[in-house]
Write a protein that binds this ligand. Structure first.
Ligand code: NAI
Ligand code: MG
Length: 510
């Protein structure tokens, strides 16, 4: 996942797309699904409305997709409920569920190039990155979760009630119908993070992709049907957050809602869920501290700090956006990150030499530009970048800010763009509280040769993930999620299974 070293494997570079989608060597977008997947069928929205999804490299329309609303959500939830209570899904063995997930992983892997191209067009990210990160990580997630389907176990419990013999045990049962609302920064991968555990545990799903990037989830819907998941197990309703998303979060017949996105909307989701007290898991924003100690290997730390914040154009909830560097190393490291920033080649995601694409939307461009403007008015100074690039598409130069002080908005708030604040520190006792002093607690990293110190700092950082001498290392087996306002619960690993199961205690008098 290192930004500068991502290259398509040789065997992939000139591989033709599958015939159905070949069109002058490019994806034929009109052949991609653009309707709602409800009860195993592709349907127009009840209102008949559609909305457009844009290519962020040009601002031009890529495709129009169905605009689902409350009524479509109602139908999708009803289909998911039927599939959960009465359909063949419930009677499948865990092994059969696992095999379906494995099949889906195989199908997705076969279509790696196609999905990488869809992600690149819809989100803006380099196709080469999607090919080696987004798609294979999604494939791996489905395989990892396929393995769990047969291992969701309860316990036998020795109870101490006297006067009779009892046999008591627990069962882990699927929580039921799950609403899943996902963002645009890793459209396919976020769909996989959400769908994998829900399907492994036997839940049924209504998935609401982000309005900016609906295309890969819809194409995944086709593969889900092809893999053989019964109708209604996975329903996909594209549409806006304030309408379709809100209807899903409020729905009285949804048992759980899983959300990834902004902390602001996460709070709305939690409130909306109180109607029927549905279970809630939230994966929200971050302002992750990346700490370089005096004894760190300088070159590794520089490359790592650049990757930490510039990967995916900084549109990562775990972006290393506060770079704390020991004062003796500050100039060397920060100049190194600035030099790396200046070398990054910006361009459309489909160009082979592009290292960083555009931001996802005009809204995000404005948001990041506002922060840059605010930062300079507050006294921060850009030693690399600081501007929009060109006036077509939503490109922003990778930016390194110095003179950022606690209390400044650029230091406290999530920018969600390729912008890092670099801050010098004198000793570890000072940097740990500074790193922890933020409303978020998603990720953190420390760079040092002193392994004891590294672990001690890792234990003191209030973050769901701490990387030591690395950054942005994700694995389906590693739980991911946040302390504080970065969310509730964990994605991936076996921890996520708790979010999708209820524990039932069964107690029998013998
Ligand atoms: P958002 O939180 O509004 O959107 C994420 C998802 O939530 C989308 O599917 C959206 O349609 C849905 N949504 C929006 N409002 C909703 C509502 N009232 N009820 C139910 N669902 C709703 O994020 P947005 O506006 O795209 O980006 C704004 C900021 O949020 C970013 O600049 C970034 O700071 C943060 N963000 C964080 C992400 C993360 O991975 N933690 C991902 C995307 C955005
Ligand atoms: Mg929003």
């Amino acid at each position: 996942m290192k930004l500068k070293t991502v290259r398509l494997p040789k065997s992939r570079r000139h591989q033709p797309m599958s015939a159905r989608f070949a069109h002058n060597g490019h994806l034929n977008l009109s052949r991609l699904p653009h309707r709602l997947l409800i009860d195993g069928e592709w349907r127009d929205s009840v209102s008949g409305s559609t909305f457009e999804t844009l290519n962020p490299a040009t601002g031009e329309t890529l495709a129009r997709v169905a605009e689902g609303d409350r009524e479509d959500i109602n139908r999708a939830v009803a289909a998911a409920r039927r599939a959960f209570e009465r359909g063949p899904w419930r009677r499948l063995t865990p092994s059969e569920r696992g095999r379906l997930l494995w099949k889906l992983a195989d199908l997705l892997e076969e279509h790696t190039d196609q999905f990488a191209e869809i992600e690149s067009l819809d989100n803006g990210k380099p196709r080469a990155v999607a090919c080696v990160a987004d798609v294979p990580l999604a494939v791996d997630l489905f395989r990892y979760m396929a393995g769990w389907a047969t291992k969701i176990e309860g316990n036998t419990i020795p109870i101490s009630v006297s006067g009779a013999d009892f046999f008591a045990y627990t069962r882990r049962e699927p929580v039921g119908v799950v609403g899943q609302i996902i963002p645009w920064n890793f459209p396919l991968l976020m769909a996989a993070w959400k769908l994998g555990p829900a399907l492994a545990t036997g839940c049924t799903v209504v998935l609401k992709p982000a309005e900016q990037t609906p295309l890969s989830a819809l194409r995944l819907g086709e593969l889900i049907l092809k893999a053989g998941f019964p109708p209604g197990v996975v329903n996909i309703v594209t549409g806006y957050g304030e309408t379709a998303g809100a209807a899903l979060a409020q729905h009285p017949d949804v048992d759980k809602v899983a959300f990834t996105g902004s902390t602001e909307v996460g709070k709305l989701i939690a409130r909306a869920a109180t109607g029927n007290l549905k279970k809630v898991s939230l994966e929200l924003g971050g302002k992750s501290p990346n700490i370089v100690l005096e004894d760190a290997d300088t070159d590794t730390a520089i490359a790592g700090a650049a990757n930490a914040v510039f990967f995916n154009h900084g549109q990562c909830c775990c972006a290393g956006s506060r770079l704390y560097v020991h004062k003796k190393k500050f100039d060397q490291v920060v100049d190194g990150v600035a030099a790396a920033a200046k070398k990054i080649k910006l361009g459309p995601g489909l160009s082979a030499d592009t290292e960083m694409g555009p931001l996802v939307s005009e809204e995000q461009l404005e948001r990041v530009m506002n922060y840059l403007d605010l930062g300079s008015r507050e006294g921060a100074r850009a030693i690399a970048g600081g501007h929009r690039k060109g006036n077509r598409g939503y490109f922003v130069e990778p930016t390194v800010l110095v003179n950022a002080k606690p209390g400044m908005k650029v230091m406290e708030e999530e920018i969600f763009g390729p912008v890092v604040c670099a801050i010098p520190f004198t000793d570890v006792e000072e940097v740990i509280p500074a790193a922890n002093k933020n409303i978020y607690g998603l990720a953190a990293a420390v760079w040092t040769r002193d392994i004891s110190k590294a672990h001690r700092i890792a234990h003191e950082l209030k973050a769901g993930t701490v990387w030591i001498n690395c950054y942005n290392v994700f694995d389906a087996a590693l739980p991911f999620g946040g302390y504080k306002q970065s969310g509730w619960g964990r994605e991936m690993g076996h921890d996520v299974l708790e979010m999708y199961t209820e524990t039932k205690a069964v107690c029998a008098r013998l």
